[in-house]
Design a protein around this ligand. Structure first.
Ligand code: SAM
Length: 223
Protein backbone atom coordinates (compact mmCIF):
# COMPACT_ATOMS: atom_id res chain seq x y z
CA UNK A 1 0.00 0.00 0.00
CA UNK A 2 1.18 3.51 -0.79
CA UNK A 3 0.19 6.57 1.21
CA UNK A 4 1.08 10.07 0.02
CA UNK A 5 0.72 12.71 2.73
CA UNK A 6 0.51 16.35 1.68
CA UNK A 7 1.52 18.74 4.45
CA UNK A 8 2.65 22.32 4.94
CA UNK A 9 4.58 21.15 8.05
CA UNK A 10 6.08 17.76 7.12
CA UNK A 11 8.47 17.81 10.11
CA UNK A 12 5.45 17.07 12.33
CA UNK A 13 5.20 13.63 10.72
CA UNK A 14 8.81 12.55 11.19
CA UNK A 15 8.53 11.06 14.66
CA UNK A 16 5.11 9.36 14.40
CA UNK A 17 6.11 7.64 11.15
CA UNK A 18 9.71 6.98 12.15
CA UNK A 19 9.32 4.39 14.91
CA UNK A 20 7.85 1.06 15.93
CA UNK A 21 5.43 -0.87 13.70
CA UNK A 22 5.03 1.88 11.07
CA UNK A 23 8.78 2.23 10.64
CA UNK A 24 9.26 -1.54 10.38
CA UNK A 25 6.39 -1.88 7.90
CA UNK A 26 8.05 0.75 5.70
CA UNK A 27 11.44 -0.97 6.00
CA UNK A 28 9.90 -4.34 5.10
CA UNK A 29 8.19 -2.81 2.06
CA UNK A 30 4.72 -3.60 3.43
CA UNK A 31 3.82 0.08 3.17
CA UNK A 32 5.28 3.04 1.34
CA UNK A 33 4.73 6.47 2.84
CA UNK A 34 5.68 9.53 0.89
CA UNK A 35 5.52 12.83 2.76
CA UNK A 36 5.21 15.81 0.43
CA UNK A 37 6.00 19.35 1.44
CA UNK A 38 3.18 21.49 0.11
CA UNK A 39 5.59 24.44 -0.05
CA UNK A 40 7.41 22.68 -2.90
CA UNK A 41 4.28 23.39 -4.95
CA UNK A 42 4.15 27.10 -4.17
CA UNK A 43 5.07 29.41 -7.03
CA UNK A 44 5.81 32.30 -4.75
CA UNK A 45 9.36 33.23 -3.80
CA UNK A 46 8.56 32.93 -0.07
CA UNK A 47 7.12 29.44 -0.68
CA UNK A 48 3.89 30.53 0.97
CA UNK A 49 0.86 28.26 0.77
CA UNK A 50 -1.69 30.28 2.76
CA UNK A 51 -3.46 33.60 2.48
CA UNK A 52 -6.03 35.70 4.34
CA UNK A 53 -9.67 34.61 4.11
CA UNK A 54 -12.02 36.36 1.71
CA UNK A 55 -14.60 38.28 3.72
CA UNK A 56 -12.09 38.98 6.49
CA UNK A 57 -11.80 37.37 9.89
CA UNK A 58 -9.10 35.67 11.92
CA UNK A 59 -6.66 33.05 10.68
CA UNK A 60 -5.12 32.09 7.35
CA UNK A 61 -6.42 29.64 4.79
CA UNK A 62 -4.46 27.08 2.74
CA UNK A 63 -4.67 28.11 -0.90
CA UNK A 64 -6.12 25.94 -3.63
CA UNK A 65 -3.29 26.48 -6.17
CA UNK A 66 -0.40 24.60 -4.50
CA UNK A 67 -2.75 21.84 -3.33
CA UNK A 68 -4.22 21.41 -6.81
CA UNK A 69 -0.76 21.40 -8.41
CA UNK A 70 0.43 18.77 -5.96
CA UNK A 71 -2.61 16.49 -6.35
CA UNK A 72 -2.53 16.85 -10.16
CA UNK A 73 1.13 15.78 -10.18
CA UNK A 74 0.45 12.75 -7.97
CA UNK A 75 -2.55 11.74 -10.05
CA UNK A 76 -0.54 12.00 -13.25
CA UNK A 77 1.79 9.31 -11.86
CA UNK A 78 -0.74 6.76 -10.57
CA UNK A 79 -4.39 6.20 -9.78
CA UNK A 80 -5.56 6.92 -6.27
CA UNK A 81 -8.41 5.12 -4.55
CA UNK A 82 -9.14 8.07 -2.26
CA UNK A 83 -7.99 11.64 -1.61
CA UNK A 84 -8.70 12.03 2.10
CA UNK A 85 -8.82 15.40 3.79
CA UNK A 86 -8.33 15.20 7.56
CA UNK A 87 -11.00 17.46 9.01
CA UNK A 88 -12.69 17.83 12.41
CA UNK A 89 -16.11 17.69 10.72
CA UNK A 90 -15.35 14.59 8.61
CA UNK A 91 -16.73 11.09 9.27
CA UNK A 92 -15.51 9.86 12.63
CA UNK A 93 -12.65 7.38 12.33
CA UNK A 94 -13.35 3.91 13.71
CA UNK A 95 -11.94 0.42 13.28
CA UNK A 96 -14.29 -0.43 10.39
CA UNK A 97 -13.07 2.57 8.40
CA UNK A 98 -9.43 1.63 9.06
CA UNK A 99 -10.13 -1.99 8.05
CA UNK A 100 -11.65 -0.87 4.74
CA UNK A 101 -8.91 1.67 4.00
CA UNK A 102 -6.26 -0.99 4.66
CA UNK A 103 -7.55 -2.87 1.60
CA UNK A 104 -6.83 0.04 -0.78
CA UNK A 105 -3.67 0.42 -2.87
CA UNK A 106 -2.95 4.14 -3.14
CA UNK A 107 -4.32 6.94 -1.02
CA UNK A 108 -3.55 10.62 -0.57
CA UNK A 109 -3.91 12.21 2.86
CA UNK A 110 -4.26 15.97 2.83
CA UNK A 111 -3.41 17.84 6.03
CA UNK A 112 -5.07 21.18 6.67
CA UNK A 113 -3.58 23.92 8.79
CA UNK A 114 -4.41 27.38 10.13
CA UNK A 115 -8.14 28.11 9.69
CA UNK A 116 -8.47 25.25 7.23
CA UNK A 117 -8.31 24.81 3.48
CA UNK A 118 -10.01 26.64 0.60
CA UNK A 119 -13.45 25.02 0.32
CA UNK A 120 -12.96 24.41 -3.43
CA UNK A 121 -10.27 21.84 -2.60
CA UNK A 122 -12.80 19.96 -0.50
CA UNK A 123 -15.51 20.05 -3.14
CA UNK A 124 -13.36 19.36 -6.22
CA UNK A 125 -10.28 17.37 -5.21
CA UNK A 126 -11.13 15.52 -2.02
CA UNK A 127 -13.09 12.25 -2.21
CA UNK A 128 -13.48 11.63 1.51
CA UNK A 129 -13.10 13.51 4.80
CA UNK A 130 -12.10 11.87 8.06
CA UNK A 131 -12.03 13.21 11.61
CA UNK A 132 -10.17 11.58 14.49
CA UNK A 133 -12.58 13.04 17.05
CA UNK A 134 -14.82 15.93 17.95
CA UNK A 135 -12.07 18.31 18.97
CA UNK A 136 -9.84 20.68 17.03
CA UNK A 137 -6.09 20.21 16.59
CA UNK A 138 -3.75 22.76 15.04
CA UNK A 139 -3.09 20.76 11.89
CA UNK A 140 -3.95 17.57 10.02
CA UNK A 141 -0.50 16.00 10.54
CA UNK A 142 -1.26 14.23 13.83
CA UNK A 143 -4.65 13.00 12.54
CA UNK A 144 -2.88 11.75 9.37
CA UNK A 145 -0.32 9.93 11.53
CA UNK A 146 -3.14 8.38 13.60
CA UNK A 147 -4.90 7.23 10.44
CA UNK A 148 -1.66 5.83 8.95
CA UNK A 149 -0.85 3.89 12.11
CA UNK A 150 -4.34 2.42 12.37
CA UNK A 151 -4.20 1.30 8.72
CA UNK A 152 -0.60 0.09 8.54
CA UNK A 153 -0.78 -2.19 11.57
CA UNK A 154 -3.51 -4.12 9.71
CA UNK A 155 -1.44 -4.79 6.58
CA UNK A 156 -0.23 -8.37 6.19
CA UNK A 157 3.38 -8.53 7.36
CA UNK A 158 3.30 -5.30 9.38
CA UNK A 159 3.03 -7.08 12.73
CA UNK A 160 5.06 -10.24 13.23
CA UNK A 161 2.10 -12.15 14.69
CA UNK A 162 -0.67 -11.18 12.26
CA UNK A 163 -3.41 -12.51 14.54
CA UNK A 164 -2.43 -9.86 17.08
CA UNK A 165 -4.08 -6.94 15.26
CA UNK A 166 -7.18 -9.04 14.68
CA UNK A 167 -7.62 -9.72 18.39
CA UNK A 168 -7.49 -6.03 19.31
CA UNK A 169 -10.49 -4.08 20.56
CA UNK A 170 -13.31 -3.34 18.07
CA UNK A 171 -12.21 -5.98 15.52
CA UNK A 172 -14.94 -8.45 16.42
CA UNK A 173 -17.32 -5.91 17.94
CA UNK A 174 -15.83 -6.38 21.41
CA UNK A 175 -13.28 -4.70 23.67
CA UNK A 176 -10.06 -6.73 24.11
CA UNK A 177 -9.70 -8.76 27.34
CA UNK A 178 -7.13 -7.75 30.02
CA UNK A 179 -3.54 -8.89 29.51
CA UNK A 180 -0.80 -9.73 32.03
CA UNK A 181 2.88 -10.61 31.97
CA UNK A 182 5.60 -11.59 34.48
CA UNK A 183 5.72 -11.65 37.45
CA UNK A 184 2.67 -13.76 38.31
CA UNK A 185 2.66 -12.20 41.78
CA UNK A 186 3.54 -8.53 42.24
CA UNK A 187 3.21 -7.40 45.87
CA UNK A 188 0.33 -9.80 46.30
CA UNK A 189 -1.39 -8.72 43.07
CA UNK A 190 -2.05 -12.04 41.35
CA UNK A 191 -2.46 -12.90 37.71
CA UNK A 192 -5.75 -14.81 37.19
CA UNK A 193 -5.09 -18.56 37.79
CA UNK A 194 -6.61 -19.59 34.50
CA UNK A 195 -3.88 -17.80 32.51
CA UNK A 196 -1.23 -19.91 34.25
CA UNK A 197 -3.10 -23.19 33.68
CA UNK A 198 -1.86 -23.96 30.15
CA UNK A 199 -5.43 -24.98 29.27
CA UNK A 200 -5.84 -23.14 25.94
CA UNK A 201 -9.60 -23.76 25.37
CA UNK A 202 -10.39 -22.60 28.92
CA UNK A 203 -8.12 -19.57 28.51
CA UNK A 204 -9.88 -18.64 25.27
CA UNK A 205 -13.28 -19.05 27.01
CA UNK A 206 -12.12 -16.80 29.87
CA UNK A 207 -10.83 -14.18 27.44
CA UNK A 208 -14.10 -14.14 25.55
CA UNK A 209 -16.09 -13.74 28.79
CA UNK A 210 -13.79 -10.92 29.90
CA UNK A 211 -14.20 -9.23 26.51
CA UNK A 212 -17.98 -9.39 26.86
CA UNK A 213 -17.84 -8.07 30.43
CA UNK A 214 -15.58 -5.17 29.46
CA UNK A 215 -17.66 -4.30 26.42
CA UNK A 216 -20.89 -4.21 28.49
CA UNK A 217 -19.12 -2.07 31.08
CA UNK A 218 -17.26 0.36 28.79
CA UNK A 219 -19.09 0.38 25.45
CA UNK A 220 -22.61 -0.92 26.16
CA UNK A 221 -23.75 0.49 22.80
CA UNK A 222 -21.54 -2.06 21.00
CA UNK A 223 -23.42 -5.07 22.37
N1 SAM B 1 -11.44 26.02 11.33
C1 SAM B 1 -11.55 24.58 11.35
C2 SAM B 1 -12.86 24.20 12.00
O1 SAM B 1 -13.35 24.92 12.85
O2 SAM B 1 -13.37 23.11 11.67
C3 SAM B 1 -10.41 23.95 12.14
C4 SAM B 1 -9.10 24.06 11.47
S1 SAM B 1 -7.84 23.24 12.36
C5 SAM B 1 -7.21 24.49 13.39
C6 SAM B 1 -6.56 23.03 11.18
C7 SAM B 1 -6.53 21.68 10.49
O3 SAM B 1 -6.28 20.67 11.44
C8 SAM B 1 -7.78 21.25 9.78
O4 SAM B 1 -7.86 21.83 8.52
C9 SAM B 1 -7.62 19.75 9.74
O5 SAM B 1 -6.84 19.34 8.62
C10 SAM B 1 -6.85 19.45 11.01
N2 SAM B 1 -7.67 18.92 12.12
C11 SAM B 1 -7.93 19.54 13.28
N3 SAM B 1 -8.66 18.80 14.09
C12 SAM B 1 -8.88 17.64 13.45
C13 SAM B 1 -9.59 16.45 13.77
N4 SAM B 1 -10.23 16.32 14.92
N5 SAM B 1 -9.60 15.44 12.88
C14 SAM B 1 -8.96 15.57 11.69
N6 SAM B 1 -8.29 16.67 11.32
C15 SAM B 1 -8.24 17.70 12.18
Amino acid sequence: MRIDIISALPQLLESPLGHSIVKRAIQKGVAEINVINLRDYSTDKHRSVDDAPYGGGAGMVLMIEPVARCIDKLRSERNYDEVIYLSPDGELLDQQISNKLSMLHNIILLCGHYKGIDERVRTHFVTREISIGNYVLSGGELPAAVLCDSIIRLLPGAISDETSALSDSFQDGLIAPPVYTRPADFRGLQVPEILLSGNTPEIEKWRHEESLRRTKERRPGMI
